[in-house]
Structure formats: structure tokens, C-alpha cells
Design a protein around this ligand. Structure first.
Ligand code: SF4
Length: 356
């Protein structure tokens, strides 16, 4: 188990916010034009060298659409030449060509991640708000499979697609993706509270994912649903610990990871955030040390201190394994240490306090 007080497991760099899609739930509220304040190529190289000083974190290039940066391939090459395990998450637009996918592979990208939010063009393109996105996504996944580049499918669960997850999973299986990364909504950017699931819906989706994980050909991980770990722990206990749960995988998240805890996000302008969904800046790589900020900034220290969690999360026996989504707590209450409002679990101590 890594020491998340010293180094993140995942470093996400939003290389640009520019994107030709206009997704309904976009965290970055992305727009087609690039921001002139983006980190330059040289600043990007320095950032990657700094990331390497953490050891061996997983380096993720995200956006916006990373392919909107003409220097993307140089940055990726720098990352892989530093021996950083590197993942790229391009948007499914005409920029995502067979040539671009082949270049990712040639440069040593470990995995390409693309988003799939519906099982057919109508549902997916409706979400992404650009016709042809579904077909481009499928093309990219099949092309990567053809040339032997590992892939990951990212799906954001909302009330619009939650009943179609099995159809999406069938596609994940068919294209041979290694990982299905299931995102749960945090209402920042363009995402709406009315699109989110109820706490009971979360449990139902967790049950579906857990059962699927027992026999799927791909690994499953959740993003911004830390309480899935509590669900899995409860199920495994109930099942006597003998049944295979979500398979361990070096690229999958490790237990206990949370916003600012094993995780750091660098914005296109160099701001250092605990997560892309928790837009509180602890500094900027242009004038602060990323390593110092991650290890010592009051914001990151507080986020890693489960003793400071509020409400039922603060007394929950799963708080070190789970801790609830700090991003969602902030989005829904304005307090990033508040309890997770989408968790049905009532910790034993909270029950005692409630019922006297
Ligand atoms: S109460 Fe909080 S810490 Fe406990 S399982 Fe739910 S979200 Fe996690």
C-alpha cells in the first residue's frame, strides 16, 4: 500500500480545456478554443519531471480534448521517456484518427481511455451533444484493439443511462477494453443536480457493478463513488470473503484513495487541485512546488485527515477505506469535509447518537 501522505497514486493533468464536444455533464465546461494561459510545452516538460520525483504515479493526460494541443505527442513522449505509466483520454472527435491512435501506441502509452455514456448513437450523442461521437468512440476502441493498444472506457452514470448500464457493459466487453471506469456525477461545470442518482440508486448501481465484477472480462473501478468500497467490503463480509470481488489491478485505484489523498489534479493553467471535481486551488505549478503542495498544504493535509470528516462520515467505521466523495460534499454543501449525501449507510455510532 502506498503512503498517500508522500505521493499520489494518480496525477491528472488537464492539458487543455479546449474540446469540440459540448457534453451535458462536462466538468470543465469545455469550449472549442484553447486558453492562451495554458501551461506551455516547456512548463509541461518541467511538470512531468516533477511528477517523476514522486516515484511511479500513473500519469493521465486529460482535457478538454488533449488532441487539441499540437504538442500533445511531444508531451506524451516526454512522459513515457521518464518511465511514467501514461494514459491519454482523448475526446471522440475527427481528431481521433487511426494515425493518432497509432502514435499513442508507438510512444509507449499504457492505455487510451475514451468515454461511452450510452449504448447507441442516440443516447451517447445526445449526452455528448455532437452527432457522430458514438461512431467515433467505437471506431477508436476497435482500432486500438486491432493494433494492440490497451483501452479503458469511461462512463458517467446519470439518471438517463443508469438502466442501460448492462448494454454499455456489453460494448466494453466486445471491444476488449481492460477497464470500465464508472464515474458518478459531481455537479460542477455543466452537470445538473437533477441528473444525479438518489442514494438508493447508488446502491443499486453498486450491486450491479459488484455482481458484474465477478465474471467480467474487464476490471471495474468507480470514480467519485468512494462508498462503493464500503459496499464491496460489506458484500465480501456477507459472502465470507470467498467470492472474487473487483480484481486487483496495478492501474486501478487503490483502497483509501480520495480527492487530495493519492490523487492530484493540475489544471490547464497550472493550478493544483485535489481533484478536477473539487475546484479549490492549493497553489500553481508555475510558482509553487507540486511536491510541497501535495505533501504539506493545509488543504491537502485536511483532506487526508479522516478525523476531520463531518457528519456521519466522521464517525463511520469505513472512513479510512471510503471517506465519501469530498468533491460531491463540496458541490452539494460548500463544505468539502461534510458528509457524503449520496450514501445510504448509517454508521453504528451515528445510529446511537440519533436514537439516544
Ligand atoms: S458514511 Fe461516509 S465514510 Fe461511511 S460509507 Fe458512507 S460515505 Fe463512506
Amino acid at each position: 500500500m502506498m503512503n498517500f501522505d508522500q505521493a499520489p497514486f494518480l496525477v491528472i493533468w488537464e492539458v487543455t480545456q479546449a474540446c469540440d464536444l459540448a457534453c451535458a455533464h462536462c466538468r470543465a465546461s469545455a469550449a472549442p478554443a484553447r486558453d492562451p494561459r495554458e501551461l506551455s510545452t516547456e512548463e509541461g516538460y518541467r511538470l512531468l519531471e516533477t511528477v517523476k520525483t514522486f516515484g511511479d504515479p500513473l500519469m493521465v493526460f486529460t482535457g478538454g480534448d488533449p488532441l487539441k494541443r499540437p504538442d500533445l505527442f511531444s508531451l506524451v513522449e516526454k512522459s513515457t521517456s521518464l518511465d511514467l505509466r501514461t494514459t491519454v483520454t482523448p475526446s471522440a472527435t475527427p481528431l481521433l484518427t487511426a494515425e493518432a491512435i497509432a502514435r499513442f501506441q508507438k510512444l509507449g502509452v499504457a492505455r487510451m481511455a475514451v468515454s461511452l455514456d450510452g449504448p447507441d448513437p442516440q443516447s451517447h450523442d445526445g449526452f455528448r451533444r455532437v452527432a457522430g461521437s458514438f461512431d467515433r468512440t467505437l471506431f477508436a476502441l476497435e482500432e486500438a484493439k486491432r493494433i494492440g493498444l490497451d483501452t479503458q472506457v469511461n462512463t458517467t452514470v446519470t439518471r438517463h443511462n443508469r438502466r442501460r448500464l448492462d448494454e454499455i457493459a456489453a460494448i466494453v466487453e466486445r471491444v476488449g477494453a481492460k477497464l470500465w471506469s464508472v464515474f458518478f456525477l459531481v455537479t460542477t461545470g455543466r452537470a445538473l443536480v437533477s441528473d444525479d442518482l438518489t442514494p438508493e440508486d447508488y446502491e443499486q448501481v453498486f450491486a450491479y457493478l459488484y455482481e458484474l465484477s465477478k465474471h467480467s472480462s474487464f476490471d471495474i473501478k468507480t470514480t467519485e463513488a468512494q462508498h462503493y468500497r464500503r459496499f464491496v467490503a460489506q458484500r465480501r463480509k456477507a459472502e465470507g470473503g470467498a467470492v472474487r470481488g473487483p480484481a486487483p489491478n496495478p492501474i486501478a485505484r487503490q483502497a483509501g484513495i480520495n480527492d487530495g489523498k493519492g490523487f492530484v489534479f493540475i489544471s490547464h493553467r497550472g493550478e493544483i487541485f485535489p481533484s478536477g471535481f473539487l475546484p479549490i486551488s492549493a497553489g500553481n505549478v508555475r510558482h509553487d512546488s507540486l511536491v510541497d503542495i501535495y505533501r504539506h498544504s493545509p488543504l491537502f493535509l485536511e483532506l487526508r485527515n479522516s478525523g476531520k470528516l463531518g457528519g456521519k462520515c466522521g464517525v463511520c467505521e469505513y472512513r479510512n477505506l471510503c471517506g465519501g466523495s469530498r468533491s460531491r460534499a463540496f458541490a452539494l454543501t460548500g463544505d468539502y469535509m461534510a458528509e457524503e449525501l449520496r450514501c445510504v449507510y448509517q454508521p453504528a455510532e451515528a445510529k446511537v447518537a440519533l436514537h439516544g
